[in-house]
Ligand binder design. Structure first.
Ligand code: SAM
Length: 278
């Protein structure tokens, strides 16, 4: 079954261009990735937020899902490492949105053991530098028995585009591993990390999801694959050549003028059981 990415079912963040050095652009996100928060609905369901609860949204982006959460519980704190995204979240109406890197959460005042749940959609796979440190920050943020519910890119996520980008960089003499920003674990790996850091895993599964894009492959790379283009900073022609090359090799994945990518999500629910060593 193909999951259709709705083209315009989320609010726009207006006309302000939030593009910054951090490479996340809320405008590109709305244009090319509006399906991300829309397809986050099942994760919200798994979270099952209650009206009295305090919830932390980790990697909130421009706050579209945060606003949904705000309707369901008492308070939501949205955190994201991108100032552009947090500016957009505030502009979109989020009540408490702050620039915090997930890796720094463990030593941050936000991690104060007051949250009933930590929620995260489509963000944890970007926290590649030290995923266990991120989990430790989540653990510190939660009350005893608090829940950590999330969905992230899992094993073999977007493999066709990722392979194309690796090949394009290798061809140009660059080591793609050095630029690949993603951590796409399988359920065994992430379960082990959760259990090693004070969580009991209630459920964890890989969910393959063929996803129709609201853009083409080049637009997708421009929005999400920017890290691979870093060696070509200032050389827009070469960047375009890479995007065209990867898209050209994926011509087969276009059907009736619509582009699709095979997403594989890792969806989980875990409960805080002990104090971690973090
Ligand atoms: C694909 S967006 C998902 C946003 C939102 N959760 C949604 O469902 O629409 C990924 C988000 O992760 C954020 N992110 C990436 N690395 C991060 C980090 N180290 N700490 C916190 N947020 C991070 C990005 O800035 C971006 O807003």
């Amino acid at each position: 079954m193909t999951t259709k990415a709705p083209a315009s079912s989320v609010a726009s963040s207006g006309t302000v261009d939030h593009s910054t050095d951090d490479h996340w652009s809320s405008q590109k996100y709305v244009k090319n990735a509006s399906f991300v928060p829309v397809l986050g609905a099942p994760v919200l369901q798994l979270l099952n937020a209650q009206p009295h609860e305090h919830i932390l949204d980790l990697g909130s982006g421009d706050g579209i899902l945060t606003l949904e959460l705000e309707k369901q519980c008492k308070t939501v704190v949205a955190i994201d490492s991108s100032k552009a995204m947090i500016d957009a979240a505030i502009e979109n109406g989020c009540h408490d949105a702050r620039v915090v890197d997930g890796h720094d959460l463990v030593a941050h005042e936000v991690a104060n053991g007051q949250f009933d749940a930590v929620f995260s959609n489509a963000a944890l796979h970007w926290m590649k530098q030290d995923p266990e440190r991120v989990i430790q920050g989540v653990h510190k943020s939660l009350k005893p028995d608090g829940r950590f519910v999330g969905e992230m890119g899992g094993y073999m996520n977007v493999a066709e585009v990722r392979t194309g980008l690796h090949a394009a960089l290798k061809k140009r003499g660059h080591n793609p591993e050095a630029y690949d920003p993603w951590f796409f674990p399988g359920p065994k790996t992430y379960r082990r990390m959760l259990e090693a850091n004070g969580f009991r895993v209630e459920s964890i599964e890989l969910i393959p999801r063929l996803t129709e894009l609201s853009t083409d492959i080049a637009g997708w790379i421009d929005t999400f694959g920017f890290a691979f283009l870093k060696p070509f900073e200032g050389d827009d022609e070469e960047k375009k050549a890479i995007m065209d090359e990867v898209q050209g090799n994926l011509q087969f994945s276009k059907d009736e003028s619509v582009w699709s990518i095979m997403y594989v999500r890792l969806r989980f629910k875990a409960i805080k059981i002990l104090e971690s060593n973090a």
